[in-house]
Design a protein. Structure first.
Ligand SMILES: Cc1ncc(COP(=O)(O)O)c(C=O)c1O
Length: 371
């Protein structure tokens, strides 16, 4: 019997049309912050239903510029879930603010009640993360923000196209941030990111800061950065945006196949299903939870032995990262976050995954768990 083809954790959408567009841009001789970037910004703003979008070289770069443009003060506190990619908190630390880590609820997103308990006089904002493609509880977060006069930046790195009450996640906070890192639902062929905002002044400041603080070619109003975006990636992103809804629909099909194949398997917990009328998840990842860490590790190894790639997002929550302990010392425990990070496992999830591949993954899981 021949070896079965490998099933990766994620795979970037590619097309001949995108190949042609890349070549087209190369031939224009125009490579940085040109018409493709302008058009991509406009199209992203329209897609998310917000007035302004500013591209930058990554989510991390874009949010750093945003925090500078917000004039964060040393000691400002920002509520953020600990269960997220480490970059969610890097820009705020570089900008002098302090992340205040919050626990999650069963949707793997920030628990608004836990966040409420952590508000102090120094709290200025909330950075909810729509983790794995499922919107956090936007109503509860909006209420918390309104009750305490806080701003909200939605971390949409994993949730391009997800909806909350029929509107795009990313259109609820004052600002939102996107990542186009390959593996995301909307990717380019490299790094990239953007800020979505309702604030024209902030959009202008970020645009200036990303390009050496320039207001004209050789006139610098601020000391800025080189965190620009480029034409080739903008052309790729524009083509990816055209098919984003289709790609997300395909991800939702994959999720349904997993749910069907894994229904009733007692030893695992499936991801929370959509709440009708409230959430539309875009399954950046399909994350199951096992009974113990040992079972998670054993299952990951068994799948890997069969050519099935899995991941853990994330094995070490941010409040327990060495870099954070070095700055803030030992931080309070976050029981659910610490428990779930021991037991979660991300299964292969991308739009081109076939029903047969999902069945193969599910069978391998059932086989291991029944041993
Ligand atoms: C939730 C989340 N926030 C932020 C980031 C950072 O994005 P970037 O790599 O574009 O800086 C990522 C990407 O890993 C992410 O998944």
């Amino acid at each position: 019997m021949g070896k079965l083809p490998k099933i990766p954790l994620s795979r970037v959408h590619q097309s001949e049309l995108i190949d042609r567009r890349i070549l087209e841009v190369v031939k224009t001789g125009n490579y940085i912050l040109g018409p493709e970037c302008k058009a991509f910004e406009k199209e992203l703003a329209a897609y998310f239903g917000v007035p302004y979008c500013v591209l930058s070289s990554s989510w991390t770069a874009a949010v750093h510029l945003l925090h500078i443009a917000q004039d964060l003060e040393p000691g400002d506190e920002i509520l953020v879930p600990s269960l997220t990619a480490f970059p969610s908190i890097e820009p705020m630390i570089h900008a002098g603010a302090r992340p205040v880590f919050c626990d999650i609820d069963d949707t793997y997103t920030i628990d608004p009640e836990d966040a409420r308990k952590r508000i102090t006089k120094r709290t200025v904002g909330i950075l909810p993360v729509h983790l794995y493609g499922r919107p956090a509880d936007i109503d509860a977060i909006g209420k918390l923000a309104a009750d305490h006069g806080l701003w909200v930046i939605e971390d949409c790195a994993q949730s391009h196209g997800a909806k909350w009450k029929g509107k795009r996640a990313g259109s609820y906070g004052q600002h939102a941030a996107l990542s186009f890192y390959p593996s995301k639902n909307l990717t380019v062929y490299g790094d990239g990111g953007a800020i979505l905002t309702y604030d024209e002044g902030i959009a202008k400041r970020i645009s200036m800061l990303r390009n050496h603080g320039r207001s004209a070619k050789y006139l610098h109003e601020k000391v800025g950065f080189n965190q620009r975006f480029n034409e080739i990636q903008a052309a790729v992103g524009r083509e990816q945006l055209k098919v984003l809804d289709d790609l997300n629909a395909a991800r939702r099909h994959v999720a349904q196949w997993y749910r069907r194949e894994l229904a009733g398997v007692k030893a695992l917990t499936l991801p929370p299903d959509d709440t009708i009328g409230l959430t539309q998840t875009v399954y950046h990842m399909f994350v199951i939870r096992l009974a113990t860490r040992d079972i998670r590790e054993g299952l990951a190894k068994a799948l890997s032995d069969q050519g099935i790639e899995t991941g853990v997002h994330y094995p070490v929550p941010n409040h327990l990262q060495p870099a954070i302990a070095e700055i803030y010392g030992k931080l309070p425990e976050l029981p659910k976050t610490e428990d779930y990070t021991q037991r979660i496992l991300s299964l292969p999830m991308f739009p081109a995954l076939t029903e047969q591949e999902v069945q193969a993954v599910a069978n391998a899981i059932k086989d291991y768990l029944s041993r």
